[in-house]
Design a protein around this ligand. Structure first.
Ligand code: GCO
Length: 441
């Protein structure tokens, strides 16, 4: 039996590029044209959510979702530098209005990996002018959405974004082992967040928009372990924790730049997050420093992990890691925590319900221990474009048939919907959905 405390709201998360389709002005569309997505796939149709959002909100409502995290596509608001698209703005206003009408509270992400192609051509995040452009975009969105949205997530996973863009060549413009750009972009992302934090608060206060303004980030926190006593491996883990986690937590929460990004507090000392969003997926084993990028070591999965404890992309299912990272995070920063992403690619839908159960169990225990966890956004509502991995991985509570675009709620989606409704997982539910209490290490 598991009872979900009232304070923990439940819902799902998506990102515009991954589900919307139809946008010719985003850098990801151009990245698809260049053949950079698995199987030559393209962002152009995705799940056609841009046209089908009424149906998708209806599904969210059927699944009793209380909250929804979504992103606004910058290239739909500002398709050409300095030119606003009223069509794009009205679209998102309609979507917000419909969410609210269905009693679903939105959390809006302003930067979720994608940007307009014109910005990409200007160097995107390695160009420090992008900070200013991001603030102009942010100000416009916050003004336009007004009373409808009081919660914002400025930047999604700055660490993964910088790593996949400048070190691993997975995201546009696809640099390999470009450490200089990794740090340059990281600094700009941090400064953009700090300034956007203030801007959003100022605009909403000045216009007396309703709702308590809450601004935060969605930070990808992985659980790293080392697999040997080799001191180099330990050093590698330390470097990885520093450059992948700590630079960003210190930067975006405390406003402090650390080397090699810089020193001091570019926007003054303070607290720049009203909540900390955590995206958690897996445990990673750090093997050695002999990887070409040296600094980061090699990130792998423990070979002894059986397939039953891995997802379709081979990542280990490791709920305990969520507790470990949250305990540390809360000790360092006792701020409200939102789980802004947690999910599993599972095409056969045999592991997702169990995955949700195990991770929620960890969260409930932590809440009982006094950790202030307030939101759980499951990744994801729908099957979607898993960036450069294309449409293969199936993360949805709802299956999307990419030929017909028909939506079908998976068994795990039904399980999640019932769980939200009753805020309780009974013995019967466990039987129906084949949920087990397993012990795992
Ligand atoms: C993210 C990602 C999502 C991914 C998810 C699964 O924030 O990394 O933002 O877009 O699809 O994490 O890999």
């Amino acid at each position: 039996m598991l009872t979900i405390p009232k304070k923990l709201l439940l819902g799902s998360a998506t990102a515009a590029t991954q589900i919307e389709g139809g946008d010719l002005n985003s850098n990801w569309y151009h990245w698809s044209l260049a053949g950079k997505i698995a199987n030559n796939e393209s962002s152009i149709v995705a799940a056609d959510h841009y046209n089908r959002y009424p149906e998708d909100i209806q599904i969210m409502s059927e699944l009793n979702q209380e909250i929804y995290r979504m992103s606004i596509e910058w290239s739909r608001i500002e398709p050409v530098k300095g030119v606003w698209s009223q069509e794009g703005i009205d679209h998102y206003k309609d979507e917000m209005a419909m969410l609210l009408k269905n009693g679903i509270q939105p959390l809006v992400t302003l930067h979720h990996f994608s940007c307009p192609e014109w910005l990409q051509k200007e160097g995107a995040w390695v160009n420090s002018d992008t900070v200013e452009r991001f603030l102009i975009f942010t100000g416009k969105v916050v003004l336009e959405l007004g009373n409808m949205v009081s919660e914002y997530c400025t930047i999604n996973e700055p660490n993964v974004f910088a790593m996949d863009t400048y070190m691993d060549a997975k995201y546009p413009p696809g640099h390999k082992d470009d450490i200089k750009s990794y740090f340059k972009a990281s600094k700009n992302l941090i400064v953009a967040h700090l300034r956007a934090y203030k801007l959003i608060h100022n605009i909403r206060a000045e216009h007396k928009f309703s709702g308590i303004t809450k601004v935060g980030i969605a930070h990808h926190l992985a659980h790293f372990e080392v697999d040997s006593k080799n001191p180099l491996t330990h050093l590698s883990k330390k470097l990885m924790d520093y450059s992948f986690h700590d630079l960003f937590t210190k930067g975006m929460i405390e406003g402090k730049l650390s080397m090699p990004l810089g020193v001091g507090y570019p926007e003054g000392k303070g607290r720049f997050c009203d909540f900390i969003g955590v995206n958690y997926y897996s445990r990673h084993i750090i093997r050695s420093t002999m990887n070409p990028s040296m600094l980061f070591g090699e990130v792998t999965v423990d070979e002894s992990v059986p397939d039953s404890r891995k997802n379709d992309l081979g990542w280990e299912i490791y709920p305990k890691g969520l507790s470990i990272i949250l305990k540390k995070l809360y000790k360092d920063y006792p701020l409200p925590i939102y789980i802004t992403e947690n999910g599993i690619p599972d095409v056969n839908d045999t592991k997702r319900a169990q995955f949700i159960y195990e991770h929620l169990k960890e969260l409930v225990t932590l809440i009982e221990e006094g950790i202030d966890i307030r939101r759980y956004y499951h990744w994801s509502l729908l099957d979607n474009l898993e960036w450069n991995d294309g449409y293969g991985p199936r993360f949805g509570l709802v299956e999307v048939n990419y030929n017909t675009l028909k939506r079908t709620i998976r068994q795990s989606g039904k399980f999640y919907g019932e769980l939200i409704k009753h805020r309780h997982i009974s013995k019967e539910m466990k039987q129906t959905y084949n949920i087990k209490d397993v012990s795992y290490e």
